[in-house]
Write a protein that binds this ligand. Structure first.
Ligand code: ZN
Length: 1081
């Protein structure tokens, strides 16, 4: 790499603060109308300022170059816990915020209305120069971290990630457990407490006195800590143990959070000078602690013990996968030619001659991906990941061999320079016409890339562009780098991970295998050395003539012209430009983004599609087979920035395409033709059937909150079939039956189409006509096939209770759907309950919002877990208004807005703007009236449907209030001081209490008085608990019904319940636009 010449930064003073400015212009796409500037504060913090005159949302991201690999060894999860306790939620002013903890960085970000940027930024900077680490939030955030871990616990992605980490070099930081949980974060405190070295009466203020009180009084006050007890972990500050965890957190933070390690990006509509002054003033107070700005971990976690191994892992979900990993160096220094991605381009190719094509043809895989990945700052991995069929799994060794055959082919191949030129061209086009992203996403992207070793003026362009090889420079021209990476992809340096369910491993590998357990998730795994035979085979040259390198990509766009005009106000809706008995076409020529791209949706509806569970299954198999048959052909299109999906929907099929408009019609034509003339290969059908079945089975094993949402949609859809019904049909479908079905499915249809972007009206009409000509169906009336919903009768209260199918899933879910027919509910309820989403103690997934049953005129307020924060309602009124008036950021957002109205047939494209005006006049009384008529349990009009999914894991035992009272009395009798109010506050809350919570409280309380009452007395009391529990048994034994009230009707059989409900009326257009000269054909 050529060394970059250092550039002198310019000194600037704004107000009282001085800072440095990078003098060169920042390289950006000619299409990009934003302005950029990089500044460096005297404390070492670097900031990218982005002025966007058109922005209606501002955003910021701050990246700290410290992540969970920097956790203290005895406190796994501390960096993550720090992220939680440092950053409190900002939700006002149409804003949202979040943060994440990575391996070597932690990123905090938010977006907010442009007018509110200064205030939000000032609070945000406060988190970094004067964090509260509010002691009273310790217990709550420990619980939040703990819940996150519980949520991940049954996720294969997390389980395998941690197993991979666990199986690295001894003592390497990569092995750490980054999420952490309550136990990992409290263990040290507990041990110290047991030794009696923690002073239970000490109330922590700060660790080193460096925590000044926050200068911003605008931050929401934190709940004050309980004064009754200083020793219980139930307290806000987590008792002595929680205070110790927090002390360690502050100590760690004081060491690691150094301004020199921070990178900031701010996007706003203020000028660059204003943004610079703002940032300099607000962020200069962050201390520089003299830490290394970008600490690198150059040592790779894979050593000789890890390489050359095969790891088998049990999964929860039913799938078969093989992942081959090769240790490679940290990638950012290779930013010019991106050699590892060059190799990924070939190994992951899906065109003719590819590894994918070959293995798919054998019926062994369904998916192959390949690419490099930075694991942390300092080391990376190259991965080849294959999703296998059951037969593929049986032949995993041969699959591995073929992966290495392909790598051998690469090694022996010559690479003419046009390969790299093609990549360079594609990246340049993509960069040139990149559409804007959400400003907070963009800010995060920028701060994460500011750590790359590139000249500051290239920080935006370098990560996105690929330079051509310089054929005259053999040393640095690019090819040599690529060859060096290719040498690293040898079998001796690889580790293969084989993933499948326990019974599948048993089926293929036999029963007498000893499994070990990963310590944090308990994932069973097994490690063995790769066999000598496979190593021998993999080393040899490639002998498969089916494998060869791809040819030039015909889909690279050549016409990228955009005719830009001055448009005062962009149109707010598409127009109906063509209507025939067979199809309706809505169209809008782009008038705001000016990129050579377009989006096309073709919604093909057929009365046959949802006539039975069997037809639903066959529609899906049809769509899967079409997609499958197109892979080889469409892969180049995909690389060149043209994407499509051909997918089933409950009423038929969706064809969606997007990308450079130049060759979009070619792709559309080919997809439709392929669909019309699909040749069903029996062996491919078998693969698709197996895949569909597994997906449905896995769906039932999914997270309970997702399942409960699925059940409620199912219960209220006029025509739908349960996943179990679909699974029952799939096995018996034959190629012959499917062939007939497809012919009938496509014989009578109606098509709704939407075309937006850089395509003129006549081009869109040409596309619609082409679609009609290819499909060649007879028409049905446009409103014949519509999705209809069921209506809950007013004043009803139903509950459907079932069990969570995954027996190891400890979480239950309670979804309550309260139906109101009022649009007003939507206007008002959404902001009110969105605040519940984060950080409530009720559960880790708490959500609420407006919902709508597909195709129904019905709407309502849905929430998972309930709360009472109605006062927030009004504060969010203007925020909601801003949200509705926000301009779409890119073509995709714009399309989704329109499509929704077309899909459901309401066509009221202006609704969001009308409602934004309407909300102005809504009074508090109206909201309360709505609440009392439709949500309040005492209302006669209210209709409610609850879905209770109960975990099959035994619930923790509970203790009744009577037993607790009797116990407290016995404690007092033995001479202890009992604070009546304190134990009630801590334990009674919502009635009966979990036994372990009860035990913990009293253990702490009695221990605190060990000086006055001898410990033997406490032991005697413990023995009383089971006796009292028998005398005064708890009512709640895992039965939610106890709290449900008398009028609840339990749904016995879902289909019978559905049959008892009335079907909603067909949706009708709310607006007649009169776009066409004659209203009908
Ligand atoms: Zn978290």
């Amino acid at each position: 790499m050529a060394a970059s010449v250092p550039v002198a930064w310019t000194r600037v003073t704004a107000g009282q603060t001085s800072f440095s400015v990078f003098p060169k212009p920042i390289q950006k796409s000619p299409q990009d109308d934003r302005e950029y500037r990089i500044i460096k504060l005297d404390n070492g913090l670097q900031a990218m300022l982005i002025h966007d005159a058109k922005a209606d949302k501002a955003a910021a991201s701050l990246d700290v170059a410290v992540g969970h690999l920097y956790d203290p060894d005895d406190m796994p999860g501390l960096a993550h816990f720090c992220e939680h306790l440092l950053f409190m939620y900002l939700s006002k002013n149409n804003g949202s915020s979040n943060a994440f903890t990575g391996t070597s960085n932690t990123n905090y970000y938010f977006n907010v209305s442009t007018t509110a940027l200064y205030g939000a930024l000032s609070r945000f900077s406060g988190f970094f120069h004067s964090p509260l680490f509010a002691p009273s939030c310790t217990a709550r955030e420990l619980n939040a971290v703990d819940s996150e871990h519980k949520r991940n616990h049954q996720s294969d992605m997390w389980r395998i990630f941690q197993t991979n980490k666990h199986l690295s070099k001894d003592g390497h930081p990569w092995r750490k457990f980054g999420t952490g949980h309550k136990e990992s974060l409290s263990k040290v405190g507990r041990e110290l407490k047991a030794k009696g070295t923690l002073n239970s009466n000490l109330v922590m203020k700060s660790a080193d006195g460096s925590l000044a009180p926050t200068p911003n009084d605008s931050r929401a006050p934190s709940p004050s800590p309980s004064v009754n007890s200083t020793s219980s972990e139930m307290d806000g500050d987590g008792g002595v143990v929680g205070r110790e965890t927090r002390r360690r957190l502050v100590e760690w933070w004081s060491n690691e959070y150094c301004a020199g390690r921070m990178r900031l990006c701010v996007v706003g509509n203020e000028s660059l000078d204003e943004l610079a002054a703002m940032v300099a003033k607000l962020f200069s107070p962050i201390p520089n602690r003299g830490r290394e700005p970008l600490h690198m971990i150059p040592d790779h976690p894979f050593g000789p013990n890890e390489m050359g191994t095969l790891v088998s892992v049990h999964t929860i979900m039913a799938f078969h996968a093989l992942e081959i990993s090769f240790p490679i160096p940290y990638l950012p220094p290779y930013w010019r030619h991106k050699p590892a991605s060059f190799l990924a381009h070939f190994i992951g190719h899906e065109g003719p001659g590819s590894l994918h094509s070959y293995l798919k043809g054998k019926g062994w895989i369904t998916d192959l991906s390949s690419g490099p990945q930075n694991l942390a700052r300092g080391f990376a991995m190259f991965k080849v990941t294959l999703r296998m069929t059951p037969q593929g799994f049986e032949n995993y060794e041969t699959i591995m061999e073929h992966v290495f055959n392909y790598i051998s082919l690469l090694r022996s191949s010559k690479f003419p320079a046009w390969y790299q030129r093609e990549r360079s061209q594609i990246s340049a086009t993509r960069f040139r016409f990149a559409e804007k992203r959400r400003p907070d996403d963009y800010a995060v992207w920028v701060t994460e890339h500011m750590t790359w070793p590139v000249p500051p003026d290239l920080v935006i362009s370098a990560p996105q562009l690929v330079e051509e090889w310089d054929e005259n420079d053999a040393e640095h021209g690019g090819e040599k780098e690529m060859r060096a990476f290719l040498d690293l992809l040898s079998i001796e340096r690889s580790r293969a991970v084989l993933m499948a369910k326990a019974e599948e491993h048993e089926r293929v590998r036999g029963k007498d295998v000893v499994w070990e357990k990963e310590p944090w998730y308990g994932t069973p795994y097994r490690v063995e050395r790769l066999s000598v035979e496979i190593v021998q085979k993999a080393r040899g040259p490639n002998n498969l003539s089916e494998l060869f390198l791809p040819g030039p990509n015909e889909f690279i766009p050549t016409n990228l012209e955009v005719e830009k005009r001055d448009v005062e106000t962009p149109a707010k809706r598409p127009q109906l430009v063509r209507q025939t008995p067979l199809s309706s076409l809505w169209h809008k020529k782009d008038d705001q983004f000016w990129v050579p791209r377009a989006r096309v949706v073709i919604d093909i509806r057929s009365p046959l599609a949802n006539s039975s569970a069997r037809s639903i299954v066959m529609t899906r198999l049809f769509a899967d087979l079409v997609t499958d048959s197109l892979t080889e052909f469409s892969y180049d299109a995909d690389l060149a920035g043209l994407a499509y999906t051909f997918s089933p929907q409950s009423l038929g099929l969706y064809v969606m395409l997007h990308g450079y408009n130049d060759k979009l019609h070619v792709l559309t034509k080919d997809i439709l033709t392929r669909a019309r003339r699909l040749e069903i290969k029996p062996e491919r059908l078998e693969v698709m059937k197996d895949q569909a079945k597994r997906e449905w089975e896995n769906h039932l094993l999914g997270a309970p909150y997702r399942l409960s949402n699925y059940y409620y949609r199912f219960l209220l859809a006029a025509r739908d079939w349960s996943v179990e019904e679909l699974i029952a049909e799939v096995a018996s479908i034959t190629p012959e039956e499917l062939r007939k079905y497809i012919t009938t499915l496509l014989s009578k249809v109606h098509m709704n189409m939407l075309v937006i972007g850089n395509m003129y009206k006549d081009e869109a009409c040409g596309l619609a006509k082409m679609a009609e000509d290819i499909i060649q169906a007879s028409p049905i009336p446009a409103d014949e096939v519509q999705e209809l919903s069921l209506v809950l009768p007013p004043g009803s209260n139903h509950t459907w209770a079932t069990v969570v199918p995954n027996k190891n899933e400890a979480n239950s879910s309670l979804t309550k759907r309260r139906v109101t027919a009022s649009l007003l509910a939507h206007i008002l309820s959404e902001p009110a309950f969105n605040v519940l989403r984060t950080r409530e103690q009720l559960g880790y997934i708490v959500s609420a919002g407006h919902w709508q049953v597909n195709g129904g005129g019905q709407s309502g307020i849905g929430f998972v877990i309930q709360s009472e924060r109605t006062q927030e309602l009004f504060e969010h009124k203007t925020s909601l208004q801003k949200q509705w008036r926000e301009a779409p950021k890119n073509l995709n957002e714009e399309m989704n807005r329109y499509w929704n109205h077309i899909e459901y047939g309401f066509l009221d494209f202006h609704r969001r703007f009308i409602e934004a005006d309407l909300i102005e006049g809504v009074t508090k009384e109206e909201v309360l009236e709505l609440f009392s008529s439709h949500v309040d349990p005492s209302s006669k009009e209210r209709s409610k449907l609850s879905i209770h999914l109960k975990s099959q894991k035994p619930r923790p035992p509970k203790i009744s209030i009577a037993a607790m009272e009797a116990f407290a009395q016995k404690v007092a009798e033995k001479g202890y001081t009992v604070e009546e109010q304190a134990w009630r506050d801590a334990l009674v809350g919502d009635g009966e209490t979990a036994l372990d919570k009860f035990g913990q409280y009293w253990r702490d309380t009695l221990l605190a008085q060990a000086a006055t009452v001898p410990p033997e007395v406490a032991q005697g009391l413990t023995a009383e608990v089971p006796v009292l529990m028998k005398q005064c048994p708890a009512v709640d034994d895992g039965a939610d019904e106890a709290t449900l009230g008398k009028d609840v009707i339990f749904i016995q059989e879902p289909n019978a319940f559905r049959a008892s409900l009335a079907v909603n009326e067909r949706p009708q257009p709310m607006v007649e636009w009169g776009d066409l000269p004659t209203s009908k054909y």
